[in-house]
Design a protein around this ligand. Structure first.
Ligand SMILES: [Zn+2]
Length: 344
């Protein structure tokens, strides 16, 4: 499958070890307690002298297994800093621990730094009750709402500590790491302000979650911005990758490093357009987001974690179709007060 992409590194790094993927760039994998069972992190040579200085890109989920793996990998090394692509728990999770134990300063975008604190502290529309209310209006049944409620503030489990200060990253900013310059490419739709890093001299893009080889990046609508069109933002962000050379080595957060950036961007545009067509067909009679989950996803959406992503994703596609004038939203017009969408 996916012959348009090539995967130059067939072997996976064992937990606690690394594989070199470019000069001064090492690949490491950390475990995750989800259906998606791993995350890739990157260790960049950040040498200023004796060859022991490194910068980490992303930090892993807050678990003792990840800490043990870090201790193994960082033995004899100095960690200058951690660059966190975005605030999701598998990326930000151990930044606080790495700061405390290894004196590594965190770099991050302001959007994701702020949102991380708001979710952790469960403020306003960032809190679980706001999500439940939002999903209820989009038709989620009481059993699945109860499962989500029971899950509580899962974010805090993965992110036990957020550093109290950080270096702020901006779109277009150049970050010098060792001998190389990395340019920040900001992307939207998956997180508030997701930072990918491109190094022209190495021909490497650290894509984070913005470009994955096998799965499509989760794009979701949040209760704080219920009418937004994050799917359009995501499609715009990946379209910008077309400007990079096609032999760019893409380092994704999940799956294997790959080449074929242009083809992957095209595949993802086609994927979302096909999903949109399914929804348009299904909405010949009015439907709400929850009943469209089986239309949107070919796999079974079982646990609360997946339901949360699936609901956000369904609403994102529906909002996108509304903003591009292919569906109409029926708000409060039906007797049960649920939000439904219908083909125009
Ligand atoms: Zn993410």
């Amino acid at each position: 499958m996916n012959s348009a992409l090539s995967f130059p590194f067939p072997d996976l790094p064992a937990i606690g070890s690394t594989i070199a993927v470019a000069e001064g760039v090492a690949w490491l994998r950390m475990p995750l307690p989800f259906a998606l069972d791993h995350i890739n992190l990157w260790l960049l040579n950040d040498d200023t002298g004796d060859g022991r200085n490194f910068t980490a890109v992303d930090t892993g989920f807050g678990s003792s297994e990840t800490m043990d793996a870090w201790d193994k990998i960082l033995s004899g090394k100095i960690l200058n800093r951690s660059i966190v692509t975005h605030g999701h728990p598998d990326h930000l999770g151990l930044a606080g621990w790495l700061e405390e134990k290894y004196n590594a300063q965190m770099w991050m975008t302001q959007g994701d730094y702020t949102v991380a604190h708001l979710i952790n502290a469960q403020v306003g529309g960032y809190a679980v009750p706001a999500m439940l209310e939002f999903f209820a209006r989009h038709g989620l049944d009481s059993a699945r709402l109860a499962a989500l409620d029971k899950r509580g503030n899962a974010y805090k489990k993965g992110v036990p500590k957020i550093p109290k200060s950080y270096r702020r990253m901006f779109d277009g900013q150049i970050i010098r790491v060792g001998k190389n310059d990395w340019r920040v490419m900001m992307g939207y739709g998956h997180a508030a302000e997701h930072a990918s890093l491109y190094c022209e001299s190495l021909g490497v893009l650290i894509a984070g979650d913005m470009l994955l080889p096998r799965i499509s990046t989760n794009v979701g609508v949040n209760p704080t911005n219920p009418d937004d069109d994050p799917l359009q933002w995501f499609l715009d962000a990946i379209t910008a990758y077309r400007a990079l050379p096609n032999d760019t080595l893409v380092l994704p957060s999940h799956g294997k490093p790959f080449r074929g950036i242009g083809a992957r961007v095209t595949q993802l545009h086609e994927h979302h357009s096909e999903r949109c067509s399914r929804l348009i067909a299904a909405c010949a009679t009015p439907k709400h987001a929850a009943e469209l989950i089986p239309i949107l996803f070919d796999r079974d959406i079982a646990d609360a974690h997946q339901v949360m992503f699936a609901m956000g994703e369904a609403i994102a596609h529906l909002n996108h179709l509304m903003h591009t004038h292919r569906l109409r939203r029926l708000k409060d017009s039906s007797v049960d007060g649920l939000i439904r969408f219908v083909t125009i």
